[in-house]
Design a binder for this molecule. Structure first.
Ligand code: NAP
Length: 469
């Protein structure tokens, strides 16, 4: 496992990092465990203040951090700036809501006065992907820091710059050493950490393949886990949708972050009457894409994260075509070079027998499906192995909401673009994983709601259920 920065724009290796060994892992576990034990019985308030400082520092250093992200994985600088700012907002959100989320929850029981006390569970191991290399770390770190779960993380091997700068900035903002430790380690070392008794939770964002392996390790060791995996999200256009609203976002829905977003709209599902218009609209949006230096303001489509990612996507599109799909827009001859750029394409006529029908395409590839009516659109949306998110447009908002509720997925944005905000829960069903990040649900992912029952009346065993109560 080599951690190195290979700038996707130039395809040149810029920096190689050294891996860490058993002594660094042991030090991180020890420090994390010490913090967990002390945080269990101390107030969250100083951590909330530190998290507030983290938010301020990220805002102050937005360009510096965004530069690291763009060099690591190639996204447009303006998108990297946006990623840093939303990460700062996540930190701010958990700092601001700390007292609400950490509040004791009292309730009445026949046994006496009961309460649930939000408690941490211990040190967490996080394994994170390259596509949002700062935001993904913040999603796990911020809620768990307030709660009192320290974390170790293994970041993607192609984003070591982001991995390093994240940990450094936390320390600079006043976060305790050991609260969030970056480790450049291999898969076997991750497994060893998961097996360590000081680790109590495992969070992974990434592919199904990695998710299944990490979840198996967590299960084998009886550790709580959460998995945020891939998606092939539908963009459902009901027959009465306002196409002028769709036109504003259709390109962005697929091309943002060069199409490398788990919640990108990957399958456009449209009724017969609007089909030609949507093919034209998406083709037009794709034709406007300007590929180039991700630091240039004129660039609207960045390179993919690596040459391997590009080659894998080329193979996937070629397999789709050889299995009967139509190339409705684009020119695959433009995607044969030894650079990381992928010129966008649109696939149509994808049948269930085509492997593309059930696959995730992680890049600028739009799939458009034609259906007879709105019910068929929902049926097709649900005919997927994934269920992460989705977008649905209808001319009637309430009708749109009713149809949205029929989609088997983690969440649907009705008459809106799909997006992420700190207060919106993020999590999927089916092969998109389980558990949630962000919002109060993200705060609870690795929480122990410890039950305390205090009895103020004498014990009355005669009226108990055979001694059970
Ligand atoms: P990936 O190959 O699974 O990598 C993700 C992380 O897992 C990396 O840190 C990787 O390390 C590590 N990893 C892979 N196999 C591992 C193993 N056996 N043991 C320990 N660690 C392992 O995923 P990717 O292809 O880079 O990322 C794209 C996928 O992530 C897409 O499917 C996308 O939809 C999904 N994603 C989901 C969300 C969400 O919130 N649901 C968000 C973003 C991305 P190395 O880099 O060293 O291999």
């Amino acid at each position: 496992m080599v951690y190195q920065i290979t700038n996707p724009y130039t395809n040149q290796i810029e920096k190689v990092y050294s891996n860490q060994g058993a002594s660094e892992i042991e030090a991180a576990l020890q420090k994390g465990d010490q913090l967990y034990k002390s945080w269990r019985n101390t107030s969250f308030e100083s951590r909330a203040a530190n998290l507030n400082a983290v938010s301020q520092l990220f805002k102050k250093k937005v360009d510096e951090i965004a530069t690291v992200i763009t060099r690591d994985m190639g996204k447009r600088f303006i998108e990297a700036q946006g990623e840093v700012l939303i990460s700062a907002e996540i930190a701010q959100y958990y700092a601001d809501h700390a007292s609400e989320f950490m509040a004791v929850r009292p309730f009445k029981s026949r046994m006496g006065d009961a309460q649930l006390v939000p408690k941490p569970i211990g040190v967490l191991m996080a394994v994170e992907p390259w596509n949002f290399p700062i935001y993904q770390l913040m999603r796990v770190f911020a809620p768990n820091y307030i709660l009192g779960n320290p974390m170790l993380y293994k970041h993607a091997s192609n984003t070591p710059g982001s991995a390093e700068v994240f940990a450094e900035l936390l320390i600079e903002a006043g976060v305790e050493v050991g609260a969030c430790t970056n480790l450049f380690i291999d898969y076997e070392q991750v497994n060893q950490i998961i097996a360590d008794k000081r680790i109590q939770g495992v969070a992974l964002t990434g592919s199904e393949r990695a998710g299944a392996l990490i979840a198996a390790e967590a299960g084998k060791n009886l550790k709580r886990s959460s998995l945020e995996l891939g998606g092939s999200d539908p963009f459902v256009i009901l027959h009465d949708a306002d196409l002028s609203e769709i036109e504003k976002i259709v390109g962005q829905a697929r091309l943002y972050n060069a199409g490398q977003v788990c919640t990108s709209s990957k399958r456009f599902i449209v009724t017969n009457d609007n089909y030609e218009a949507i093919v034209k609209m998406l083709s037009h949006a794709f034709s406007k894409a300007v590929m180039g230096d991700p630091f240039a303001a004129t660039t609207t489509l960045a390179p993919l994260s690596s040459l391997k990612a590009k080659k894998d996507l080329v193979k996937q599109v070629e397999a789709a075509l050889s299995n009967g799909a139509t190339l409705a827009y684009g020119d695959m001859s433009k995607n044969q070079g030894e650079d990381c750029f992928f010129s966008p394409v649109i696939l149509t006529d994808i049948t269930p027998g085509n492997p593309a029908y059930y696959q995730e395409f992680f890049g600028p590839v739009g799939q458009i499906y034609q259906v007879a009516d709105d019910d068929a659109a929902i049926a097709l949306a649900n005919d997927s192995n994934y269920g992460l998110s989705g977008v649905l447009f209808s001319g009637d908002l309430n009708r749109g909401i009713d149809y949205a509720k029929r989609i088997e997925t983690g969440g649907v944005f009705v008459n809106s673009y799909g997006g992420t905000l700190p207060e919106l829960p993020f999590g999927g069903v089916k092969r998109s994983g389980y558990g949630h990040e962000l919002s109060e649900l993200g705060f609870e992912a690795f929480m122990n709601p410890e039950l305390i029952v205090a009895r103020s009346t004498p014990i009355d065993l005669d009226n108990a259920f055979g001694g059970f109560l």
